[in-house]
Each structure stands twice: as structure tokens, then as C-alpha cells.
Design a protein around this ligand. Structure first.
Ligand SMILES: [Zn+2]
Length: 481
């Protein structure tokens, strides 16, 4: 009998314990639900797309007073190239002292033209001849003398005058053998055209400044460099020179082979090359400069090419790009290799040589206008924001933050975004103050973001893309097999 009672008692206790356990669990679950309901509701999933109710910011119009195409002087561009070609060769290894033939002859023609323009600028444009030495495999590893020519238009804003926007062409040329200082090397397109564009930009912009129709907040530099064909020696030196002078590079436009337009059909867009950079999930300053130029000059004028240069080739924007500075390259739509880097000759009925007769001044004039307008708007713009950052990972809102120095001429900031696969930015919103903007219901994962400054005059800085707050943790290394 005792066994029966014990069995019953044990069974009863088991049932009670089970009941208590079940009741306890459900009670604690209820409690958990209640506590969640009393807290602020948190959304723990990505926002739905497509987004509804995105802001429609007021977009300030671009600065008035655009450079008119009709104001470009094609004749003076043509005259300068004719004089440069008349130097016979402008190979950097040729004479720097002979006024009739060689690199020194080329330098003299550029200096003379800049001096004429400076006279018309009311004394604002300053002409500088920068002499230096450099060495490369293409100087037979021996130091050689080089000279760059600069015309500088100082900025009117005390702070921004230390930011420099520059345009450059190279006045050196080359025959087939890059070590031969005797052979003819007319270099009308490569790169008489780029030099003519740089010099014409100086004329267009310094004249406007002298007439008080426009002064530029940042400093503008118009360069004609040497040593390009010997291994980008002049532009490499220019990066250092600007640093020594205490300038921050706000943008570098390299014009190299911009004089011919043999592409059949239209529109005849100049190509604009820009490198990706090496930052995860954010494009390089060069890419941002290219986007800015396309926005200023329009898609019908500019063909963006998202690579640092033509495949396997280089140019003077490269030392800027490699230094993390915004540097891009303009080049004509279709190149003709028979008229580049060739000692003039006729072989099997084919005429080789970089002559003036293959140039199009209609096209080159367009390129000059587009460069000048890009320089103008960039030099009128407030400084690019710094420290742009994206936070808000694993939340339904993106948070974009940035900083910028005080600037009474700045209207505010445009917060930009784009699909990760889209090449161009769009304006998401506008904010007058520096700091942070919360983009409600915008995924941090499905878009890229940037911020740019907007002046009261409507000029935009180049965009500063946000860098991620932190990098994802490194992937576990695969076990060895
Ligand atoms: Zn070139």
C-alpha cells in the first residue's frame, strides 16, 4: 500500500511541476512582450523600396556669366600652335637656349603669349618660369634641365586663395625615337593642342576678371609643362612645387591630344578620363572631379571614361591622381596613331607626323570653352566638405555627417546619393548647417552617399564621398587542406 501512495504522490508532484513550468514560461513570455510594447518601437529590418516621400530640395541655379563659346579665340589658338610647330622639335632633351629650335623655343612662345595676356589682365595674371632638374630612364638616368611655364591668377578670397584649380598641357613633343633631339617633332596635337587650351583658358578667365565681370575665390593656374614624353617629369615636379608654395589642389585638368575630331557622326564629345582610386566603397577625388566637370559642361560635351587613362598609356594628371589629388585627363574622341609620336615621313604612301593640318579648331575651341567654364565654376565654389562619414549600419536610416570651415559665401550643403551601380550623383536634400543629416528610411547598404558645398552664387564644390564608419571585420582565413 505504501508503494501505491508513494507512486501517486510522485506522479502528483510531477504534474504540479510541469504545470508550474508551463505557466512560468508563458508568464515570462507575456512579460517580455509587454516590456517591448512599452519601449519605443524599433524597426529591425531594412526599409522598404522603392522609397516614398524622399525630399525635393530647392536646387540653386548654377553661377551666372558662363563662358560663351563665341568668346573663344580659335585664331589665337591656331597661331600659338603654328609657332610651337615652327620650333622644329620641342623634345625635352633638345636645346633650351636656341631661340629658333628646341624646347627653349617652345618655352619662349608660351611665355610671350602669357605675357601678352597678362598685360590685358590689368596686371592680375602672373607669369612664372619654373626651372628644375629631373632624371628618368628617358634621360638616360642622368639629371637634365627642365622648365615649366605657369600663369597664375590669384584668388580673391583670403582662405580659398590657397586652393588652386589648374589646367595643363605639355609643350614638349617627341619623334619616333624619344631619345633623339635632332629629328623633327611638330607635336601639333600632342600636345600643342593642350597648351593652346591652357593658354586660351588664361585669356578667357583673366580677361573676365580684369573687366570685373568675375573674380574667382580660389587661385587658378594655367600650366604648360615639359618632360611629359620623358616620363611625366614636369607634372611630377609640379605636384611638389604646388605643395612647396602651400597650395591645396582643388582640381587638375590635363589636356593632352585634344586637337582633332575625326570621329564620324555626332555628338563629338571629348573624353574625360578619371581613375577609381583605392578607397573601399568610395570613389577617388579624381572621379569626383570628373563628375563635377560633366555636370558643369553637360553630357553632350563630355564623355566620362571611368579609367585612369587610355589602356597602357599615361599623362600629366597621373602624378596628381597617385598623390590622392583630383586630376583628370581630356583627350579627343578618336586618336590617330599615324599622327602621334611619329617622325614625319612618308612610307608606302602613308604620311606620318603630328601636323597642324589634321587639327580641328572647332573641336579644340569647344574643349577650351569647356575647360574654362569648369575652371570658372570650381574657382567660384566654396571649399569641399571634409570628414564626410556614413553611419547607421543595421538601422533603417542612413546618417551622413561632415564638417566644413565657416564661409559667409556658402549657402549650404547638398547631400548626394546614388544607387551603387549608378555613375552619377543625385541631390537627396539640402541643408544650410554643417553637422549631420538623417536620411529617414534610406538603406546604408543599397546606396552611396556624398556631400558637397554650394555657394550663394550657385557654384558647387566637388563631392566628398562618405567613407564607412568602420571596415567590416576581416574574413576568417580558410583552413589549409
Ligand atoms: Zn601627350
Amino acid at each position: 500500500m505504501t508503494n501505491w501512495i508513494q507512486l501517486f504522490r510522485n506522479h502528483f508532484l510531477c504534474v504540479v511541476m510541469l504545470f508550474l513550468l508551463a505557466f512560468g514560461f508563458s508568464a515570462s513570455a507575456t512579460f517580455a512582450q509587454q516590456s517591448a510594447a512599452t519601449k519605443a518601437p524599433t524597426v529591425s529590418r531594412d526599409p522598404a523600396e522603392p522609397l516614398t516621400g524622399t525630399p525635393h530640395p530647392k536646387i540653386l541655379p548654377r553661377p551666372a556669366g558662363a563662358i560663351a563659346r563665341a568668346s573663344v579665340n580659335e585664331k589665337s589658338m591656331s597661331a600659338l600652335i603654328h609657332e610651337l610647330v615652327g620650333c622644329g622639335t620641342r623634345l625635352t632633351l633638345s636645346s633650351w637656349t636656341d631661340p629658333k629650335r628646341g624646347a627653349g623655343c617652345g618655352r619662349d612662345k608660351v611665355v610671350a603669349r602669357f605675357n601678352e595676356i597678362a598685360k590685358d589682365s590689368g596686371g592680375r595674371l602672373q607669369v612664372v618660369v619654373d626651372k628644375f632638374e629631373s632624371t628618368s630612364a628617358r634621360t638616360a638616368d642622368k639629371p637634365i634641365p627642365l622648365e615649366n611655364v605657369y600663369a597664375i591668377l590669384p584668388g580673391s578670397d583670403e582662405k580659398l586663395a590657397k586652393t588652386i584649380i589648374l589646367v595643363s598641357g605639355h609643350f614638349d613633343s617627341r619623334p619616333t625615337n624619344v631619345m633623339d633631339p635632332e629629328a623633327d617633332a611638330p607635336g601639333a596635337d600632342d600636345d600643342g593642342s593642350g597648351v593652346a587650351v591652357s593658354v586660351e583658358c588664361a585669356r578667357l578667365l583673366s580677361k573676365a576678371g580684369a573687366n570685373r565681370r568675375g573674380t574667382y575665390r580660389a587661385t587658378i593656374l594655367f600650366a604648360a609643362v615639359s618632360g611629359e614624353e620623358q616620363g611625366l617629369l614636369g607634372s611630377t615636379h609640379l605636384v611638389d612645387w604646388l605643395k612647396q608654395q602651400g597650395y591645396t589642389v582643388g582640381g587638375m585638368l590635363d589636356d593632352d591630344i585634344v586637337g582633332a575630331d575625326t570621329a564620324p557622326g555626332a555628338p563629338h564629345r571629348v573624353r574625360l578620363f578619371s581613375g577609381n582610386g583605392e578607397i573601399d566603397d568610395a570613389d577617388s577625388p579624381s572621379r569626383e572631379l570628373a563628375r563635377a566637370v560633366e555636370e558643369i559642361d553637360g553630357r553632350r560635351a563630355i564623355r566620362l571614361i571611368f579609367r585612369v587613362d587610355r589602356y597602357g598609356r599615361g599623362g600629366d594628371h597621373y602624378p596628381f591622381y597617385k598623390a590622392g589629388l583630383p586630376g583628370v585627363r581630356f583627350t579627343e574622341p578618336l586618336e590617330d596613331y599615324i599622327h602621334q609620336h611619329q617622325t614625319p615621313r612618308t612610307e608606302n604612301g602613308v604620311e606620318y607626323g603630328d601636323y597642324e593640318k589634321y587639327l580641328s579648331f572647332t573641336f579644340m575651341g569647344d574643349v577650351a570653352r569647356d575647360n574654362a567654364e569648369a575652371l570658372r565654376q570650381l574657382a567660384l565654389a566654396p571649399a569641399t566638405p571634409t570628414g564626410a562619414k556614413l553611419t547607421g549600419a543595421v538601422t533603417p536610416d542612413a546618417k551622413v555627417s561632415w564638417s566644413a570651415e565657416d564661409d559667409p559665401e556658402r549657402a549650404g550643403f547638398e547631400i548626394l546619393w546614388r544607387e551603387t551601380s549608378e555613375p552619377r550623383w543625385q541631390v537627396y536634400d539640402f541643408q544650410t548647417a554643417t553637422g549631420e543629416m538623417i536620411l529617414k528610411g534610406v538603406s546604408t547598404d543599397n546606396h552611396f552617399f556624398a556631400v558637397r558645398s554650394v555657394g550663394k552664387n550657385g557654384a558647387r564644390s566637388i563631392a566628398a564621398p562618405t567613407e564607412m564608419e568602420r571596415r567590416p571585420p576581416p574574413l576568417p582565413t580558410a583552413p589549409k587542406q
